[in-house]
Design a protein around this ligand. Structure first.
Ligand code: MN
Length: 232
């Protein structure tokens, strides 16, 4: 048996402090998971069940620490938004994972941007249509190196922030997640068998907003890392 054409390489992320790579299987994203951001998007931040959408694995763009990577402004939008998020990297398979056991399935953590064509997402949302055109496009998931949990443990608090051209845009704390990382894993794993290589974007704090060509986007999460992009 041979492939009828050469398959694309498996998308992967850098591992902090190592030459190894973290191979990406799927990308899951939590919709609204910080109260103040839910409010700014016109929702009531109650603890209704978390909801999820996906991006394709090859939407990942590995971003090296300490460099400013060029990030092309995507097609078909006039309102391109940043969303800085804690990304959970799964290392152990499981379905129906319990909250108390969930951290054992986490291989590491990274900082990521859930880049969003907000004008398309809003129009699709208003019509009750799927969000892929707004969320799952090429290069929509810039992510920094994965930091192993064996080194940093499982952070439940820490500042998460994003600036554009040095101006503060997003500021929050991981402690303000409506659904914690273990709760999110427990819920998601009722619907999907989680696999090693899965990534979970855990939601963004308030302050999302547009970027334009020429902007420098910088973001960080205490204890996990920082990344920087130039929109081109
Ligand atoms: Mn998001």
């Amino acid at each position: 048996m041979s492939h009828v054409f050469p398959p694309d390489p498996i998308p992967s992320l850098a591992v902090a402090g190592s030459d190894d790579r973290f191979p990406v299987h799927r990308i899951y994203c939590v919709g609204r998971n910080y109260a103040a951001h839910a409010r700014e998007m016109g929702s009531d931040p109650t603890r209704e069940a978390p909801f999820f959408f996906c991006k394709p694995a090859d939407a990942v763009v590995p971003v090296a620490t300490g460099a400013t990577a060029d990030h092309p402004y995507p097609a078909e939008t006039a309102n391109y938004h940043h969303e800085v998020e804690l990304v959970v990297a799964i290392g152990k398979p499981g379905s129906n994972i319990g909250v108390a056991d969930a951290s054992n399935h986490v291989w590491g953590y990274a900082i990521g941007l859930d880049m969003t064509r907000r004008d398309l997402q809003t129009a699709l949302k208003d019509k009750g249509r799927p969000w892929e055109l707004g969320k799952a496009f090429d290069r929509s998931a810039p992510i920094g190196p994965v930091v192993p949990a064996s080194r940093i443990g499982h952070p439940a608090s820490g500042r998460i922030w994003l600036t554009v051209n040095g101006q503060a845009r997003q500021r929050g704390d991981l402690a303000d997640l409506i659904w914690s990382v273990p709760e999110t894993i427990a819920h998601l794993s009722r619907y999907f068998e989680l696999r090693p290589g899965d990534l979970i974007f855990t939601g963004t704090p308030e302050g999302v907003g547009p970027v334009v060509r020429g902007d420098i986007v910088a973001a960080g999460i205490d204890g996990i890392g920082e990344l920087s992009l130039r929109i081109v």
